[in-house]
Design a protein. Structure first.
Length: 184
C-alpha cells in the first residue's frame, strides 16, 4: 500500500482499492494484503502438516517424508488451518472496517520463519503468522472489544462446522478429525 509521508497509509488511495460485493458494502483490500494472506496461509498450513507427520511417527520426519509424505497432511491442513486462519483474520478486518477503520492483514516474516524452524526441529508449533493492522475510524473500547472478539467467535462457528464432518468418511472425516487441533 502506498504511504502518504511519515509511514502513514494513504487513506485516499486505500478507498479507491475496493472490491465490491453485492451482499456487503465493500471489502477494502490491497494486493499487498492478498499476498501476505496467501504466504501466511501456505506457511501455517505447511507447519501444521509437518506437525501431523511428527504425530504419526512420534519422531522427527525425514527429508523424504517431508517431500513424499506431506501431500495428505498438507491437503488436510490447507482445508482446516487455511479456512480457519483466513476466516479468523478476515473477521477482525471486516468488523474493523465496519467501524470505519483502515484494516489489513500483515504477515510477520520473522515469526513465520521461527514457526517453521521450531516445528521442523522440535515438533512444536507456535503459530503467530501476523495480524490485522487497524488504523483510524471510530474505535473506542466497545468497538475494539467487538473487533477482538470477531476472530475467536468465527473459530467457534467453524469448529461446529468441522465437528459435523466427523459423520463423513474419507478425506472429509480427516478434515473434521484434525480441525479442532488446527482451529485457533
Amino acid at each position: 500500500m502506498d504511504t502518504a509521508g511519515k509511514g502513514k497509509p494513504d487513506i485516499a488511495k486505500y478507498h479507491t482499492d475496493t472490491i465490491k460485493i453485492k451482499s456487503m458494502r465493500s471489502i477494502r483490500t490491497s494486493n499487498t494484503e492478498i499476498i501476505h494472506i496467501i504466504i501466511s496461509w501456505l506457511a501455517i498450513s505447511y507447519a501444521f502438516a509437518v506437525l501431523l507427520l511428527w504425530s504419526r511417527s512420534g519422531i522427527k520426519p525425514t527429508g523424504d517424508e517431508l517431500v513424499n509424505g506431506i501431500f495428505n497432511p498438507l491437503v488436510i491442513s490447507l482445508s482446516t488451518v487455511g479456512v480457519s486462519f483466513i476466516v479468523h483474520e478476515m473477521s477482525h478486518k471486516l468488523v474493523a472496517q465496519r467501524f470505519g477503520s483502515w484494516a489489513e492483514f500483515r504477515m510477520s516474516l520473522p515469526m513465520l520463519f521461527l514457526m517453521l524452524f521450531i516445528v521442523l526441529e522440535f515438533g512444536i508449533l507456535f503459530a503467530a503468522p501476523g495480524a490485522v493492522m487497524i488504523y483510524g475510524g471510530k474505535v473506542g473500547r466497545r468497538e475494539n472489544g467487538r473487533i477482538s472478539l470477531a476472530g475467536p467467535l468465527s473459530n467457534l462457528l467453524l469448529g461446529l462446522a468441522f465437528f459435523m464432518l466427523l459423520s463423513e468418511q474419507g478425506i472429509l472425516y480427516e478434515i473434521g478429525r484434525f480441525s479442532p487441533t488446527n482451529n485457533k
